[in-house]
Design a protein. Structure first.
Length: 453
């Protein structure tokens, strides 16, 4: 009898241990999910602030009203997005009030300037001075945010704070206990008296309509899609392919999770991949394995990515910029038709710098936009197009022809001019048929690569 009771108690203890383990695992998975959500919000916040800074600098070199209206709209939209992301982070509200106010004024002030622009009024000296001050503060804020990420957010800081009941901890003894809070507080202390701006008008949201994918081919079966997963990744990589819930959107896909063969060097991470139901094309693939060190250069990574695209049947793809982060390089490629760059036809490839393997691929925009264009003869020659570029900038190199996308998903045939202004590099796009200034991109150079925004 006593022996039976002991056996029952042991079994109960084991059952309790198993239950406790699964409870711990579920809780840990939940914390991991929230951590990923907060990391994503923080990255989006940084991206919006950097875009605000870049677009304000573009306003200061733009010479045409049409481009200015687009820039005003983008600044307003990104100011709204940055406020939204900041409000969702687990940070004490009173320690970011000045930042919220700053973002609000950036949006509202640029909205007021857009109204002024529509009425035919040009920016005066005071307007430009205010914009320069706002741009300076946005640059400073972006630098602080990157510093927070570099020194504080490496790892799982949000997750660790959540484990300690983050909302309570973040709101208590912030300066002593929470480095994120402290960084924001210090930035606010430096935001002395930025200009009090006169503005009118509420926020407005920028809405655009999507375009239909140009995929061709019949709808494939799930079995065929699974075969294409293995073909794309390779037999030596794939150990097991599991079906996930199908994704519906601009491109309807079959979604899979792949268990890799190689379990060394932390390469056992699952690989996620989507295959288009129509035509059976790989829409995107992601392997978030950790890359400990860089054994190859960025130039070698670009060569590897170019060869990979060629092997997969994506011919005439031209690398435009690259960006390195955590020993992984992301390279953007655009399609070239008869020497004309097709910027809407974009493919992104991510290369791990430890072994040169492909850890990311996104052909969504290419599959939506790519088709053979009927390229017309440009009405303006390069010299005539140059006359439409601001005289304040220095033009480098010969212009090249390209198609660029618009917010309404039209395509415009342009000359691309690489220019310099006060040490910064800008790409200015002049309509090859009308001479209108259609777009300005700023080239951001850093130790991690080059980026056009």
């Amino acid at each position: 009898m006593r022996k039976g009771i002991i056996i029952i108690l042991v079994l109960a203890l084991i059952a309790t241990g198993i239950w406790g383990y699964w409870q711990y695992k579920e809780k840990n998975d939940y914390y991991t999910f929230l951590d990923n959500q907060f990391q994503r919000m923080f990255y989006d916040f940084i991206g919006s602030v950097e875009t605000i800074s870049t677009d304000i600098s573009k306003l200061l070199v733009s010479s045409q009203d049409k481009e200015n209206i687009v820039l005003y709209s983008n600044i307003l939209m990104n100011a709204y997005n940055a406020q939204e992301k900041l409000s969702q982070l687990p940070i004490k509200h009173e320690d970011v009030t000045k930042i919220e106010k700053f973002l609000s004024q950036v949006g509202d002030y640029t909205f007021a300037l857009s109204r002024k622009n529509l009425n035919g009024d040009q920016l005066n000296y005071k307007d430009k001075a205010n914009l320069e001050k706002l741009q300076s503060y946005s640059v400073e804020l972006a630098e602080d945010l990157h510093d927070i990420h570099k020194k504080v957010l490496k790892g799982t800081v949000w997750k660790n704070e959540l484990r300690k009941k983050g909302s309570k901890k973040l709101n208590r003894k912030a300066k002593k206990e929470n480095p994120i809070q402290t960084k924001f507080v210090k930035f606010q202390e430096r935001m002395v008296e930025y200009p009090e701006l006169i503005y009118d008008g509420p926020f407005s949201e920028h809405a655009i309509q999507g375009m239909k994918p140009r995929l061709v081919g019949k709808k494939i079966s799930i079995e065929e899609a699974q075969k294409r997963v293995t073909q794309f990744l390779g037999n030596t990589v794939v150990k097991e392919v599991k079906k996930r819930e199908n994704a519906r959107g601009k491109i309807d896909t079959y979604s899979f999770t792949v268990k890799p063969q190689n379990k060394s060097q932390n390469k056992q991470n699952p690989i996620y991949i989507d295959i288009s139901q129509k035509g059976g094309k790989v829409v995107w693939m992601l392997n978030n394995r950790k890359v400990e060190r860089a054994n190859i250069s960025q130039k070698q990574a670009i060569n590897r990515a170019s060869n990979f695209l060629d092997e997969k049947g994506y011919k005439n793809m031209v690398p435009t910029f690259s960006l390195k982060y955590d020993n992984v390089v992301t390279i953007n490629y655009v399609y070239s038709q008869d020497g004309v760059l097709m910027y809407p036809d974009l493919i992104k490839v991510k290369i791990a710098l430890d072994d040169g393997s492909i850890v990311g691929f996104d052909a969504t925009k290419f599959l939506i936009a790519n088709y053979k264009r009927n390229i017309p003869k440009a009405k303006l020659n390069p010299k005539q197009a140059r006359q439409k570029v601001s005289m304040q900038v220095k033009v480098n190199d010969k212009p090249r022809l390209c198609y660029i996308p618009t917010p309404s998903f039209r395509e415009i045939y342009c000359y691309e001019f690489k220019t310099e202004y006060k040490g910064d590099t800008f790409f200015i796009y002049i309509n090859a048929q009308t001479g209108e200034e259609e777009k300005i991109l700023k080239l951001i150079k850093s130790e991690n690569g080059t980026l056009m925004i």
